[in-house]
Design a protein around this ligand. Structure first.
Ligand SMILES: [Zn+2]
Ligand SMILES: [Zn+2]
Length: 281
């Protein structure tokens, strides 16, 4: 069994609409796919409606968190989407993303670039505005040659000239909130250093102590050594070892299904979730 537990659609910063993400997941031969848009479940119903037969949809989202200066992304699965406090917190994060993007565009203008707010909103469409949309507008305006260049200290990467912080949940609070909504949390891409992620082992240990269910071991940003180390840490802490492609459509070169979670680990992960159900066609 292969379960890709990490994917994005146009409901956040992916380039493919939810129905197309499902079709591609089916074509990739997956048994299960989680749609995990940033801080929103807006794409889930469209994904469910387009589910190819034989494919199971795991409802989820990727929550933006921060602790001790570290950006922490948590993949949350099978929570009750109508839980009032969880819904209020994700709304606050989405609002803050929009405000931050506006502020970044203002700073880019001060730096003499031709990026406009209209361009950024046009690129985002119905999705939750995020830094990748600003990055794509920078490419379109000829400021940089590729989206990757935007995420450096030169531009909108952490510490960058046009970087702006936004509201984020403490991951300790996020884990208990998702738990209260019946869901389970997995730490996303802790070692994808090229993208600026490095969650230290002691922080992972702290998160495990408050109910983190799993850690994403197989991710395109992790090399073989990192996968081995993370698998060892997961075993030591009793965490489920998951995998996912973190596909964003064209933005990441359509890589759905390149990394996945094995059947036993998948069963272990979902066994404790009570907030909502797996969706099958
Ligand atoms: Zn992430
Ligand atoms: Zn992601």
């Amino acid at each position: 069994m292969r379960a890709d537990l990490h994917s994005h659609s146009t409901a956040s910063d992916g380039t493919r609409p939810p129905d197309e993400v499902m079709r591609r997941a089916g074509a990739a031969g997956l048994d299960a796919i989680a749609l995990t848009d940033h801080d929103t479940v807006a794409g889930i119903s469209a994904a469910a409606a387009a589910l190819p037969s034989g494919l199971t949809l795991v409802p989820g989202m990727e929550l933006s968190c921060r602790r001790q200066g570290h950006s922490v992304h948590l993949l949350a699965y099978l929570f009750d989407p109508d839980h009032p406090e969880l819904a209020a917190q994700t709304e606050r994060i989405r609002q803050s993303r929009v405000e931050r993007a506006r502020e970044m565009v203002a700073r880019l203008a001060e730096l003499g670039t031709a990026v406009t707010w209209e361009q950024v909103t046009a690129i985002a469409g119905d999705g939750v505005i995020g830094r990748p949309h600003v990055a794509r507008a920078m490419v379109d305006a000829g400021v940089i040659g590729s989206v990757d260049e935007a995420f450096t200290p030169e531009w909108i990467g952490p510490g960058g000239r046009a970087h702006v912080r936004r509201y984020a949940l403490d991951p300790m609070d996020a884990i208990s909130l998702v738990g209260a909504a019946g869901g389970v949390c997995v730490l996303a891409h802790p070692c994808a250093q090229r993208l600026g992620w490095l969650v230290p082992d002691d922080l992972i240990t702290e998160l495990a102590a408050v109910g983190l269910a799993g850690v994403e071991v197989a991710h395109p940003g992790h090399d073989e050594t990192e996968r081995r180390q993370l698998a060892g840490l997961a075993a030591k802490l009793g965490l489920v070892a998951t995998g996912g492609s973190d596909d964003h459509g064209e933005l990441t070169g359509d890589r759905i299904g390149v990394d996945w979670t094995q059947g036993e680990e998948f069963e272990r992960l979902i066994s404790s979730a009570t907030g909502t159900w797996l969706i099958t066609s």
